[in-house]
Design a protein around this ligand. Structure first.
Ligand SMILES: C[S@@+](CC[C@H](N)C(=O)[O-])C[C@H]1O[C@@H](n2cnc3c(N)ncnc32)[C@H](O)[C@@H]1O
Length: 148
């Protein structure tokens, strides 16, 4: 929250109106998650894994979503890591979605072009779609990938 206060100009405060409201939303989400955690673990709904290798059989899911990891942390994960991560997500699911497509400073990820071109050349359809949600300034596009 201290960091958010410092960087508040990098965010669009229309859906979420203040840093304080953001804090409440995040705490509520954490409470919801923690209240379900033991039951979810027992039901096998929470399974720890780490890209670029996932502990699931091929075709296990309809959709795999990376939210605020790939592209956002382009400075810490290489283009090859991004590609391997997406290929792994495509192995376990019929469709992959990645949001947002910008880096922490709000500029387009330097890996986006490389991975989308590679996937398109290897039998996938890759679409970058504008979405109505924009909290991080400039972060209003999602990458959708599925087999052609
Ligand atoms: C900024 S948080 C985003 C959390 C949540 N997805 C969201 O959008 O609010 C980044 C998340 O990526 C996870 N992460 C870091 N390295 C990862 C990896 N190699 N594979 C999968 N997840 C990873 C972290 O544990 C953290 O939960």
């Amino acid at each position: 929250m201290t960091q958010m206060r410092k960087n508040r100009n990098d965010y669009v405060w229309d859906t979420i109106s203040s840093v304080e409201e953001l804090g409440r939303i995040r705490m509520a989400a954490m409470d919801t998650f923690l209240a379900d955690f033991n039951a979810g673990k027992n039901d096998g709904r929470y399974i720890a894994g780490k890209l670029p290798l996932l502990p699931f059989e091929g075709g296990s899911f309809d959709i795999a979503l990376s939210s605020h990891l790939l592209f956002l942390y382009s400075a810490y994960f290489s283009a090859e890591f991004h590609l391997h991560a997406l290929q792994e997500m495509l192995r376990v699911s019929s469709e992959v979605r990645v949001f947002p497509t910008v880096t922490l400073d709000g500029s387009p990820s330097p890996h986006l072009n490389f991975v989308t071109k590679y996937l398109v050349c290897h039998g996938f359809d890759a679409e970058i779609k504008r979405v109505p949600y924009e909290f991080q300034r400039g972060g209003n596009e999602i990458l959708l990938v599925k087999p052609v």
